[in-house]
Design a protein around this ligand. Structure first.
Ligand SMILES: *Cc1c(COP(=O)(O)O)cnc(C)c1O
Length: 348
C-alpha cells in the first residue's frame, strides 16, 4: 500500500517510528479498573490541554460523539446541528439509536452555525414538539471543506445556549487544525463548550483513538456509557502511548498540511474543468468540483488510481483531497501531475 499517494483522508496516516517505539515499551494495566498508567496520563493531559476537569480515552470519534450526545440530552429531544455534520450523516444514526434523539439540521453555506440560525430552531416545551436537548458544532467542518469557526461565534452560541439551559458539544475531530489555522490555542477555542471530542488518529497520526473531555461528573458518567458500548479496553496503554505522542508533538506540524492543501488547491484551480476557490481552503481539506471535466468523480477516482493516486468523490461531481503527515509536498506535487494528466484530455 505504501506506494500509493493516498489523499482520501487523514485517517490513513500510520504511526510514526517514535509512536511504534512508545507502543512497544508502554507501561500498561487494566484500564477498566483504571490501572493503566499510560491511559491515565493521556486522559489527564487531554483534560489539561482543554482546561476541563477530566478526559476519557475512546476507541473512535464516533463513540466519543455518541457518549457526549447521550450525556447532554434526554430521550426524545432534538439536537441542533449543521445539515452536513458528521453526527448526522456519518455515524449510522447513533443519535437516534443510542440517545433516542433526532437531529434538527440547519443548512449552512460553509458548515458554520451562527446563533441567529440556531435560535430559530430551538423548540420550546409544547404539546407538539420534541424539545431541544443540545447544540452540536463541528470544528473544523469536514464536509464543508475543513472550515474553521471564529472563536467569537462559538462563544456566542455557547453563551446564549447556556443562558437557556442548553449544552453544547463540539465535534473537534480536527480541533488542532483549527488551532493551527487561527493561531489560537484549542483551550481558548473550546473554552465555552461543555464537551469536546477530538481525534488522536487523523492528522495527529495515532493508529486509533479519540478523547472526550468535560466536567468530572460528565466524564465519570461517560466512562460507564463507554463500557456499555463495549469500549472498556483493558491494556489499552499500547494505544495511549501513541496518543500521548500525537497530542504532545503532532499539533505543531499541522500548519504544513495546510500549506500543502493550499498549494494543491491552487494547482487544481488552474486545471481546466476543475472549479474551486483556493482561498476557501482553510485547513487540510480540499473539495473541488469536476462537473465541467465531462467525467464523474468515480471515473476520475478510477483513473487516478491507475496512476497511483487515491482521491475519492463525495458526490458524482465533487471530490475531496485531504493532506496529512504521510502525504507531504513531494506526494502532493506528484498527485498534481497525475491530476493534470487525467483531467487534461477531456478538457482539451
Ligand atoms: C473522523 C470524524 C469523526 C470520528 O470518526 P471515527 O472514524 O469514528 O473516529 C467525527 N467527526 C468528524 C467531523 C470526523 O471527521
Amino acid at each position: 500500500m505504501s506506494e500509493w499517494i493516498d489523499l482520501r483522508s487523514d485517517t490513513v496516516t500510520r504511526p510514526t517510528a517514535a509512536m511504534r517505539r512508545a507502543m512497544a515499551g508502554a507501561e500498561v494495566g487494566d484500564d477498566v479498573y483504571r490501572e493503566d498508567p499510560t491511559v491515565n496520563r493521556l486522559e489527564e493531559l487531554a483534560a489539561e490541554r482543554f482546561g476541563k476537569q477530566a478526559g476519557l480515552f475512546v476507541p473512535t470519534g464516533t463513540m466519543g460523539n455518541t457518549i457526549a450526545i447521550k450525556l447532554l440530552t434526554r430521550h426524545g429531544q432534538e439536537v441542533i446541528c449543521d445539515s452536513r455534520s458528521h453526527i448526522l450523516n456519518y455515524e449510522l444514526s447513533m443519535m437516534a439509536w443510542f440517545s433516542g434523539c433526532v437531529a434538527r439540521p440547519v443548512a449552512t453555506s460553509d458548515g458554520r452555525l451562527n446563533w441567529s440560525a440556531v435560535e430559530r430552531e430551538i423548540r420550546p416545551p409544547g404539546p407538539h414538539w420534541a424539545p431541544t436537548g443540545a447544540i452540536e458544532i463541528e470544528n473544523t467542518h469536514n464536509m464543508a471543506g475543513g472550515t474553521v469557526y471564529p472563536v467569537e461565534a462559538i462563544d456566542e452560541i455557547c453563551g446564549q445556549a447556556h443562558a437557556r439551559g442548553l449544552k453544547v458539544h463540539m465535534d473537534g475531530a480536527r480541533i488542532f487544525n483549527a488551532e493551527a489555522r487561527l493561531g489560537v490555542p484549542a483551550v481558548r477555542i473550546a473554552a465555552q463548550a461543555d464537551t469536546i471530542m477530538f481525534c488522536l488518529s487523523k492528522g495527529l497520526g495515532a493508529p486509533s483513538g479519540s478523547m472526550l473531555v468535560g466536567t468530572r461528573e460528565a466524564i465519570d458518567e461517560g466512562r460507564l456509557l463507554r463500557k456499555r458500548l463495549g469500549g472498556g479496553m483493558r491494556q489499552v496503554g499500547v494505544l495511549a502511548a501513541a496518543g500521548l505522542i500525537a497530542l504532545e508533538q503532532m499539533p505543531a506540524r499541522l500548519g504544513e498540511d495546510h500549506d500543502h492543501a493550499r498549494l494543491l488547491a491552487e494547482a487544481l484551480a488552474a486545471i481546466p474543468g476543475v472549479s474551486l476557490d483556493p482561498r476557501a481552503v482553510e485547513t487540510n481539506i480540499v473539495i473541488f468540483d469536476v462537473s465541467r471535466t465531462g467525467m464523474t468523480s468515480p471515473v476520475i477516482s478510477a483513473r487516478l488510481k491507475e496512476q497511483g493516486v487515491l482521491i475519492n468523490g463525495i458526490s458524482p461531481t465533487a471530490m475531496r483531497a485531504v493532506t496529512h503527515y504521510d502525504a507531504g509536498w513531494i506526494e502532493c506535487q506528484k498527485a498534481i501531475e497525475v491530476l493534470r494528466k487525467v483531467l487534461a484530455p477531456v478538457a482539451a
